[in-house]
Structure formats: C-alpha cells, structure tokens
Design a protein around this ligand. Structure first.
Ligand code: RAM
Length: 353
C-alpha cells in the first residue's frame, strides 16, 4: 500500500513537472531551466523558449560573434539557444537543417539565409506550424513573406555606396579594382554589389574600373585561390573589395604573401579580430563592419517579444532591445541594428569580435 502511495505521488509530481514544462508563457520564478537571467515580477521573461540559429555555414568567426550576442540575450531573457548550421553556404544547404528543426519543434528559427528563395518553402512550412522565423544578417529579398521579420546590420541601401567610397579613398579614385564576394546567391552580398554598381555611375567614381567579380563561397581556400587568380589576371589591379569577412581576410593574406600591399589595396567588410594583424603590419589600411554581437543580441529580444505576443511584426511597431535601447520595425518588417563602423590602426584593437 505504501509503495502504491509513493508511486502515485511520484507520478503526480512528474505530471506537475510536465505541465509546468508546457507553460512557456509564464514559467515559475526561479525555475531551474532558466539560465539565471533577469527576473521581472517574479517571472523570468521568455524562459524555456527554444531558439535555434542557422548561420550561412559553420566555421566562420563572424557567425560565432552573432552566437555570442544571442547567448548574451539568453542570459538576460532565459531562452534556450542552439546554433545548427550547414558546412557550406550554397543556396540549398540550409533546407535540411530547417526541416530537422521543424521536427524538433523549436519555438523560433533565426536564419542567415543563403538564398532569397531556395529556403522559402521550408521556412513557410515552419511558419505554418507556429514557429517564428526571423532572418538575420541577410534577408529573403523580394520574398519577405517567407519570414516574420528581418534583422539587418545596417541600411543595405547605403552599404554598396559606402564600400565604393572606402575603396575609392584608398586608391585615389583611380584605377582597376575587383570584387571578391561570397557565393553567387548570397542575398546580402548581391544586394550590396548591386548598390556598388549603382554608386559607380556617380561621376566621382568615373576613374575607377570594376574589372571582375569573383566568388570565394565564404570558404577560406576558395577565396584564397580566387584572390591569387585576380593578381595574376589583372597586372594593373589597384584594389580588391571583399564585402565578406571570409573574403577580405583571404585577400589580405594573398596580398601580404605577394608583398603587394603598396600597389594593391584590400578593403571591404571584415571582423576586427581577423583583420587586426593585417592592419597592424600595414597590409590593410581600413575596412568596415558593424557589431555581429549586437545583431544576435537584438534578434534574441525581438524573437522573445514576438513569441510572447508583446511585439507585433508590423512596420511602425517599436520594442526595447535590452541595453541597445529602442528599435522600430521598418518597411517589410526590416529592423536595423547599426551602427556601421570603420576600423583602422586607431580602433581595430578595441573590439572583441
Ligand atoms: C561573411 C558573411 C556574412 C557577411 C559578413 C560581412 O561573414 O558573408 O553574411 O555579413 O561576411
């Protein structure tokens, strides 16, 4: 009899625990599953939400910095966070990963998409199952109905122009330069390259000639091979503009090895931690980026707000992104993290990413 009572109370306790586990809106205060984050009104906001982040590919320190931001948000909001990504960044490589995450019944998928449309059917399937989908870093351009919102690092309409200005200022606005991009489908790089071509129509840049666009697929080896080929094919090359952190560090290494830094200027978008050495030894003078950490952190706040129904995914809605302050959801549900930054010898050592 005593055994039955003990078993019954164990069963009831297990049921109570299971029921508590289902209650994502109002987790118990001090719940062991939260990561010890901030509490408000005795509840840990967002505790137990399961957020997965799918980067373009694994092994890229830029996306590790996004993860760092997500984890910081998780410490404050108490969500469970996981990163799962494909090994390579081609257009379709994320589809299987998305499907697995739908099966895992995550609450939200954050993704840096490798294509504007290839991943859309899988993301729409996720949305139809109640999973929140937020694109970050790159977006489903012209296919925005395949996600709830898009978190961008900066206003993409000025990225291309500012990259051309950066390149121009380094080569005295004169001479041949080439672009070393990521993949041929990359939504963000393609958007920026379109902006670069547009900017080049400005008479200010009439002395600059874009001789070739090559693609290193955000793989160090392929980016290196492509950069080397540029040096061989274009003896008058004055600059390499790489709007990808993988491409710019590969190009810098190639130029350093070729002892060509005085005649070929490398710039673009890179992480300070990967570029510091090249800045300090004079191979690269300046380059740009933003904080990928902030982008992940802001995304965490947005996603939890969407899951709790406290943020409506619609233009004009505002929300507080932790210590980054207030953000407004813009046209097509795009949110800008900002600010864009330029790095040189004076400040490259000041950043952790
Ligand atoms: C690479 C990726 C990423 C891009 C950065 C600048 O890491 O292509 O999408 O935003 O570069």
């Amino acid at each position: 009899m005593r055994n039955i009572t003990v078993r019954l109370s164990l069963f009831l306790a297990a049921m109570a625990l299971a029921a508590a586990g289902c209650d994502k809106q109002a987790p118990k205060a001090g719940d062991g599953a939260s990561s010890g984050g901030m509490t408000s009104g005795g509840k840990t906001p967002g505790a137990k939400y399961r957020i997965v982040y799918i980067p373009k590919n694994t092994g890229n320190p830029y996306f590790d910095a996004v993860v760092e931001g997500f984890k910081k948000g998780g410490d404050e909001l108490g969500y469970e966070f996981n990163m799962v990504g494909p090994a390579t960044a081609e257009a379709t490589s994320q589809i299987e990963v998305i499907k697995q995450q739908i099966q895992q019944r995550v609450d939200a998928i954050a993704i840096s998409p490798n294509s504007t449309d290839a991943v859309k059917p899988a993301l729409k399937e996720a949305m139809s199952k109640g999973i929140k989908v937020v694109c970050i870093d790159s977006d489903l351009e012209k296919n925005e109905d395949g996600r709830d919102a898009g978190v961008l690092p900066m206003d993409f309409d000025i990225t291309g122009k500012s990259q051309i200005e950066l390149m121009g200022s380094l080569i005295g606005y004169q001479g041949e330069f080439a672009i070393l991009s990521a993949t041929t489908d990359a939504p963000n790089q393609n958007y920026w390259i379109a902006g670069m071509k547009e900017a080049l129509k400005d008479p200010k840049y009439k002395g600059m000639k874009l001789v070739e666009i090559v693609y290193g697929n955000d793989e160090a080896q392929k980016s290196t091979t492509e950069a080397q080929a540029l040096l061989t094919k274009h003896p008058n090359l004055k600059g390499i503009l790489a709007p990808t952190s993988v491409g710019i560090s590969a190009a810098a290494q190639v130029v350093e090895t070729a002892k060509a830094a005085s005649r070929i200027k490398v710039t673009g978008l890179g992480t300070p931690s990967q570029m510091k050495g090249f800045i300090e030894n004079g191979t690269v003078e300046k380059f740009a980026l933003w904080s990928p950490v902030d982008m992940g952190y802001l995304s965490g706040y947005l996603i939890v707000g969407l899951l709790k129904g406290e943020i409506k995914a619609e233009p004009g809605a505002t929300f507080k992104a932790g210590d980054l302050g207030e953000r407004t959801i813009g046209k097509l549900n795009k949110i800008i993290t900002g600010p864009p930054l330029v790095f040189d010898k004076a400040n490259v050592g000041n950043y952790t990413f």
